[in-house]
Design a protein. Sequence first.
Length: 253
Amino acid sequence: MQIVLALMMGAFIGGIAGYVGSLMVTKRMALMGGAFGHLTLPGIAMALIYGFDVFLGALLFLAIGIILIWLLEQRTKLPMEALAAVVMPSSLGIAFLFLPEEKTAQALIGDISQISLTTVTITGVLSLITYFVIKKIFLELVFTNISEDLAKAEGINIRKNNFIYLASIAITVALGVRIVGGLLTAALVAIPACTSRNLSKNLSQYSYGGMIFGSLASTLGILGYEFTGIPAGPLIIIISTLFFVASLIIKKD
């Protein structure tokens, strides 16, 4: 039963990570996943110390960081990734001030050994909500990425969409720490999207391909953990990387 729950959770998280990742790669923000992952570490540390869900701790600190970056973006001319480079590493330093040494590996690469039906249900609901929200504004975000001036001329609310986009990344990363920890989240969102981009012929194939590759890599990584005992987080990323290499070979042919 435990492995079934883990596989379900992996499918949800990997799928939404690949879908959101397709936007992040398009907007050249793939490495932001790593920066957001660093931001989760103080929350993960708190959760591990006081015994509550790492998702809640991660989401709390992500929410604070996202709001701070969003507000700073309105007051400065610095790009979002530059502001993230200021905010995110600071949280990493804070986390290691009080993270117990014996909990470090769990915080960095995740732990799927403690999963309940409630956890999987919440993960599924949040993944689906994030998917439908992003799907609704997906084309607007892509259009804005091409030309903000044209997007404004078309009446697209860029500020609102950016906030929704950041919030969706925050939820995705917070969910991702369950299976890959705070260290590997950039790879979780970026690699499946890059794999899909190599093989897709249009935007729809690209976004849904990222979802499929992300979900498949996560489920296979969790199965690998079940049979080998190797932590699922690194296995998920290794399998995802193998898919990417395979996509390069297929594309070349």
